[in-house]
Design a protein. Structure first.
Length: 382
């Protein structure tokens, strides 16, 4: 089986899988976000100056809500197979707001680590939350950069311009923490990307396999040269379990006259083109017939058959003459007009419940009489 081609289409599918995974993770993260936010609220209540946490907690809740709404719209775009880049940018903006909201929670915390035990609870929740988001965004470096950038920038503003002083060890620890989270996210991104690539490759291989199976099924039922039903499919699919034809109609047995002359003078390649032209002529004849249930078959060599369902004698004769005229036009179209290939046609009625091989025998008998009478004509079975 051919290897999957890693072209622009393939890369776009991989990216869609990565974005889809991000959207699904966001859907599952809502309970954890709300639990973390509630934990921060409880920890803030047990600290002196709890009012300092009102704005950070409000912004954190706003970030949760905006991320959820933009992610819902993103999932809808992905589910409908519509372009999603503009909606992904909105998700990226909401995640940048989320990064800033996490950092704002740390502003009052970093100056209370020694005096407020519950500050450690908020710090722990922030570290876990930011780390998980970084891991989630690892396969999308631009969005990760926006989230980490807003987090670091907001945290730096609080550290530099906030009231009081902060131990330099805390600053260095915060910087190391941010770098560690980014490194972990980028490292885990390789695994996420590999999974997305595997999904796309498996889907492509599955599609190729389905196409191959469909082609194999087609070849098992169709003549590869003309595209008509082959003999086995005609008798198996056109008959009831007992081998009888289910409806009344007419069977046309068709044989090309002097076809051997074409092969002998112009070669088998030209002969094959003539046979393919007969297949086209039979399909054109079927399209002109009213109703459904008709079928065309290549029985073998230059022998063909046409089954016309729910048709009277007049329609069958018209179809036979139209087919004979179409076949006669094939050699001139192939620049072998001086060796035209007329066709003899035998007509036999199909009666409900009659075995199809018996109907074909009667049509063949009429066909032989047409050849004996001079070929290039339509003869009805007695």
């Amino acid at each position: 089986m051919d290897t999957v081609v890693r072209d622009e289409r393939w890369r776009a599918e991989v990216r869609r899988e990565i974005v889809s995974a991000l959207a699904q993770v966001e859907r599952a993260s809502l309970p954890a976000n709300l639990i973390g936010w509630l934990g921060c609220c409880i920890a803030a209540l047990f600290q002196a100056g709890a009012g300092a946490f009102v704005l950070p907690l409000a912004l954190r809740l706003l970030a949760i809500a905006t991320t959820r709404l933009t992610a819902i719209r993103l999932r809808r775009r992905l589910a409908d197979a519509r372009p999603y880049d503009d909606q992904l940018r909105r998700v990226a903006l909401s995640l940048s707001l989320a990064g800033a909201s996490w950092a704002l929670l740390l502003w009052p915390v970093l100056r209370r680590l020694e005096s407020e035990p519950f500050a450690l609870v908020i710090l722990g929740i922030c570290v876990v939350g930011v780390s998980l988001i970084c891991a989630m965004l690892g396969p999308l470096p631009k969005i990760l950069a926006g989230f980490v950038g807003s987090f670091v920038a907001t945290l730096a503003i609080g550290l530099v311009f906030g009231p009081g002083t902060i131990d330099s060890a805390i600053v260095l620890s915060a910087l190391a923490l941010a770098m560690g989270m980014v490194a972990y996210a980028l490292g885990s991104a390789n695994q996420s990307r590999a999974m997305a690539e595997a999904l796309v490759e498996n889907r492509h291989l599955g599609e190729d396999l389905a196409d191959a199976l469909a082609h194999a099924e087609f070849l098992s039922m169709r003549d590869p040269l003309t595209g008509l039903l082959n003999r086995r499919a005609f008798f198996e699919n056109g008959c009831e379990a007992d081998g009888s034809y289910p409806e009344a109609g007419w069977l046309l047995a068709v044989d090309l006259d002097h076809f051997k002359t074409i092969n002998d003078r112009f070669g088998h390649a030209t002969g094959d083109r003539v046979l393919a032209g007969v297949g086209d002529a039979m399909r054109d004849t079927l399209r002109d017939l009213p109703g459904e249930g008709h079928s065309a078959v290549r029985l073998g060599g230059e022998e063909f058959a046409l089954a016309i369902a729910r048709a009277g004698r007049a329609m069958a004769q018209l179809a036979a003459e139209a087919l004979r005229a179409r076949i006669a036009m094939i050699p001139p179209e192939l620049d072998v007009a001086d060796h035209a290939t007329p066709a003899s046609v035998g007509l036999a009625p199909m009666r409900p419940g009659e075995a199809l091989p018996l109907v074909l025998d009667r049509a063949d008998e009429a066909l032989y009489r047409a050849k004996a009478a001079g070929r290039d004509r339509v003869v009805e079975a007695a």
